[in-house]
Design a protein around this ligand. Structure first.
Ligand SMILES: Cc1ncc(C[n+]2csc(CCOP(=O)(O)OP(=O)(O)O)c2C)c(N)n1
Length: 657
């Protein structure tokens, strides 16, 4: 912890003004962007980077570094400027190319760890939640490895918009409940958003709100570096609760007419305003000016980080040298080996829900994947995603591997992303598929950032039955598959579920895993093992037509093919993951799809998207309406998804084909 009040105020002002100037200039040059927030938070950023944040620009991914999340990521120029001035590989050219094609300095950056960008948002509130996940990751790994190897803070800058978004309520509540003492948020209390003053729509007592959910709060003048330093120090001293530093700031600080107005929020200030700011600050009339001494000022903060990293490296060497088992454990978390799963042996022909199959292999997964951590949004009895010896993660037991998110799906989504972004862990979050709607922004960001978050959704079709249409996903499969970079797995039976987990764990990309509520037969897949990793494979051969099915409809398609066997030779293709199938070589894809045979699809969901595989003359059997509240068997009959009903549709289609 830094010694109190030894800030060189002149240097500090120069540093903060450099952030302001670079933000103004880059936004002006790009002719788009948000200058107001970087100008308003410049003092807060300068003190944090110079005095508190423990990072090393020469080793941006050093595991025990502090994490910094910019949740009000529209103010991205703040982060780019500070990274540049602190010696991270963000160049002056990158600043000049702000928001341009191919430049790393995107409008809203998300995740570029080599540059020092841990995560920023984009969709307001996501960073707020994600940083909670990072702090949970730290707490867990600290419990596993001890203070010598894991002991760092998670910082985030958050704005009015972040606090207005509901996700901040969900995640603040959980962070307070868990007593995440190394989590420090700095709230940019500038009382301005896009439409004008925040009191148009926001008048809550923020300190009282956060106090009520178990946070420590401290209020500070966000332009007084000594007070800011003291507030950060006070926040760090509170170790049993997360802290919120409520910093009263002025958006567009120093802009002659636009300070404290929405006009400073999201548009270039214009030459007159920039020139007025320069005269007020005694700044030369020169774009992208960085005064002498500023890099040294930030460099002193970075030297603190460099020294901390070297001390950590020494401790790491000593600890793993003295205890090779510790070194092996560290590797198991941080550079895991390939996973292969055996499973308990599933009896062919037996009925078993694929969620139950997942439950049956979950302990094995937990045993093979040291960093596996996750849980459910109050549905773990149903999702079957618990490691039985893992213990529950709590304030008093952060070593627990089973997370209890409460009924907070959106929080679960952002936290899983935070756990994944932190590194060292393999996180998952589970709920019913229909509730994925409540966490979609986080799922989308996992795909955008290409991080290995695992999304487990059970009760993945109308066949969940009596709970009715509010609980029955219809368009969800199509919507998830439409998301670039997301691999969606809908295994057909217990064997495919096992292969699905194996496939997902051996990739380092985001994935959705779907499990049935209802029992489905364990299929005879002998000789066809490994098919899941290719996305689709031939389960029953035939040379007259191809029926592609997924999940519970694979056994339906097999039954239909058997019923038609007298007149038609039907090939049944199981397609647990359309996304992986599309990545296969052309030869494999056309071979599986029968090289020009008529193709049909059967899936208990919207038919949207299936013509990609079935083509213009193809038949797509699915559900293009909402479901119904009834037992699953009756729903299957009414919606035409039994073996005989599918056989009838296929026969009619084949007669016309
Ligand atoms: C989920 C979401 N909704 C809307 C936006 C568009 N948007 C960007 S900034 C902002 C509000 C700005 O207010 P504040 O958070 O106080 O930021 P400041 O004006 O202080 O920079 C909005 C609505 C967004 N980025 N994310």
């Amino acid at each position: 912890m830094p010694a109190p009040a030894c800030i060189d105020l002149e240097r500090h002002d120069l540093a903060a003004n450099t952030i302001r100037a670079l933000a103004m200039d880059a936004v002006q040059r790009a002719n788009s962007g948000h200058p107001g927030m970087p100008m308003g938070m410049a003092d807060l950023a300068a003190v944090l980077w110079q005095r508190h944040l423990v990072v090393d620009p020469d080793h941006p991914r050093w595991p025990d570094r502090d994490r910094f999340v910019l949740s009000n990521g529209h103010g991205s120029m703040l982060l780019y400027a500070v990274l540049h001035l602190s010696g991270f590989p963000v160049t002056m050219k990158d600043l000049m190319d702000f928001r341009q094609w191919g430049s790393p300095t995107a409008g809203h950056p998300e995740y570029e760890p080599e540059l020092g960008i841990e995560m920023t948002t984009g969709p307001l509130g996501q960073g707020f939640g994600t940083a909670v996940g990072m702090a949970m990751a730290e707490a867990h790994l600290n419990a596993v490895f001890g203070d010598d190897l894991v002991d760092h803070r998670t910082w985030a800058f958050v704005s009015d918009g972040d606090l207005m978004e509901g996700i901040s309520a969900e995640t603040a509540s959980l962070a307070g409940h868990l007593g995440l003492g190394k989590l420090v948020y700095v709230y940019d209390d500038n009382r301005i958003s896009i439409d004008g003053p925040t009191d148009l729509a926001f008048s809550e007592d923020v300190a009282a709100r956060f106090g009520a959910v178990g946070w420590h709060t401290v209020e500070v003048d966000g332009h007084d570096p000594i007070a800011i330093d003291e507030a950060y120090t006070a926040a760090c001293a509170v170790t049993d609760r997360p802290s919120l530093v409520i910093a009263r700031t002025h958006i567009g600080k120093g802009a002659p007419t636009k300070e404290d107005t929405a006009g400073a929020h999201g548009a270039p200030l214009g030459p007159a305003e920039i020139s007025g700011w320069r005269s007020g600050a005694g700044w030369p009339d020169e774009d992208f000016h960085v005064p002498a001494g500023v890099a040294e000022h930030f460099g002193a903060g970075m030297d603190r980080g460099r020294a901390a990293r070297i001390r950590w490296q020494d401790r790491f060497r000593a600890a793993t040298g003295a205890d090779p088992e510790l070194g092996a454990r560290w590797s198991a978390y941080h550079s895991p080996e390939r996973v292969s799963l055996e499973g308990p042996g599933f009896e062919v022909g037996a009925g078993m829900a694929t969620r139950a199959a997942m439950g049956a292999i979950f302990d094995e997964i937990g045993g093979r994947v040291a960093g596996l951590i996750g849980g459910s949004a109050d549905l773990v009895e149903s999702t079957k995603t618990e490691v039985s010896e893992g213990g529950s993660f709590s304030r008093s037991n952060p070593a627990g591997r089973n997370l209890h998110f409460g009924v907070r799906e959106h929080a679960m989504g952002t936290i899983v992303n935070g756990l994944a972004l932190h590194g060292g862990l393999r996180p998952y979050g589970a709920t019913f598929f229909v509730f994925s709607d409540y966490m979609r922004p986080a799922i989308r960001l996992s795909a955008l950032m290409d991080i290995p978050s695992i999304w487990v959704f059970t009760h993945e079709s109308v066949f969940l039955g009596e709970d009715g249409p509010t609980h029955q996903p219809i368009e969800h499969l199509a919507a998830m598959r439409a998301m670039p970079n997301m691999a969606v797995f809908r295994p057909a039976d217990a064997g495919e579920m096992l292969e699905t987990w194996e496939t997902v764990l051996n990739r380092s990309h985001p994935a959705v895993i779907l499990g049935t509520r209802q029992a489905v037969p364990v299929l005879d897949r002998s000789g066809r093992e490994g098919g899941v990793a290719r996305g689709a494979y031939v389960l029953r051969d035939g040379d007259g037509a191809v029926v592609i099915a997924t999940g519970s409809e694979v056994s339906v398609a097999l039954e239909a093919a058997d019923l038609l066997a007298h007149d038609h030779s039907i090939r049944v293709v199981s397609m647990p993951c359309a996304d992986l199938f599309l990545e296969q070589p052309e030869d494999y894809r056309s071979e599986v799809l029968g090289n020009g045979l008529p193709v049909a699809s059967v899936e208990a969901g919207s038919t949207f998207g299936w013509s990609r595989f079935t083509g213009p003359g193809g038949l797509n059997i699915g559900i293009d309406r909402f479901g119904a509240s009834a037992p699953a068997g009756r729903i299957a009959e009414e919606l035409g998804l039994t073996g005989p009903a599918v056989a009838r549709r296929l026969a009619t289609w084949l007669r016309g084909a």
